[in-house]
Design a protein around this ligand. Sequence first.
Ligand code: PLP
Length: 374
Amino acid sequence: MTPKYPYDLRTGYPNTEILVPHEKLAAIAQDLLLTDRATQYGGILQGPLMPREQIAKWLTANATQPATPEQLVITSGAIAATDLVCRTVTEPGDIVVVEDPTFYYMINILKMSNIEVVGVPMTPQGMDLEALAGVVEQYGERLKLVYSIPSYHNPTGVNASPENRKKLVELAQQNNFTVLEDTTYQWLYFDSPPPPLCRHYDNGSGHVVSVGSFSKTLMPSLRLGWIWAADEAHAQSFTKFKGDSVASTLTSGMVGEFIAQGQYDTQLEYARNHYAERCGVLVEALQKVMLDYVQWDVPQGGYFVWMTLPEHIKAQDVLELSQARGADFMPGRLAYVDGADDRYMRVCFTMMDDEKLQTGAQIIAESIEAVAAR
Ligand SMILES: Cc1ncc(COP(=O)(O)O)c(C=O)c1O
């Protein structure tokens, strides 16, 4: 992919040249094709059994609860998984809560279900649950779904605390809504793992559904993710709107085989080290050049540094100056439901090499300074 700007700190994609184990995946794909094991349609709507078995085995070893293949639906990534869950648990006119800000793309995906999206502010401990309780009070049974990214939140990088996760699940149980937890970054920690998934705090009541992805850990072009439901009937309920039919036997087979060979554990370790190293380069550059009045935290995992500008500096003005010099970032307002507050910047460290991260950080800092001096 050729970025539009040479210093691309906007796009939240992996650098596939570095991340993807090209030869290993090619060998697996070749074997699956030459033996005619991944050329046919793939059975039931939950997805082919072998990859579900392997994903379940991997989740069992890497989450705090055992997973079974019956609980899983293989999807075209976490985005499609979220769409399926939303279509299933809501009806037009219902309310879906998102963290405000959230993964901007998901706001549009959720809206495809003709629901109303309501934003609840973030705190350093995760979603503001007092504000959520207010939404519960206001909308009652119209609130059906809360979409949350509890670990290495996109865009803020926040890790919800264990207490916050537990309380969110309790609220869901008491008020009968579903928590849809997006675990895309859960296993992309740098030093130590984040708290357990939200489902850890559910007693199998089905108030938490987890969705996951192989896009950021292995290869986005697989278009592969999963829904992890409470049991088989719960999982099957999410296949009702599966308009793309069965999952690809080829890409799900590749991942299943990759896990079965023990390669996914090695890959994750590699991905974690690689991202930690990219993050380290950006953080070091920012520590040298960023202005004191810009607030930001050192990420502990994930993809992004989230920055807050003083009230009088607009991210859009900074962006225009930066882009004119070739450096791009995402204005944080795009990640908000109403998009009004223009004080935030999301800076991604995964795509660029050292020099580009350093120069990009420098250009952004100088652009902030220039806007501040106006
Ligand atoms: C929170 C979150 N969920 C999901 C995705 C994408 O998932 P997928 O490629 O599996 O559809 C992203 C990618 O940016 C993301 O940040």
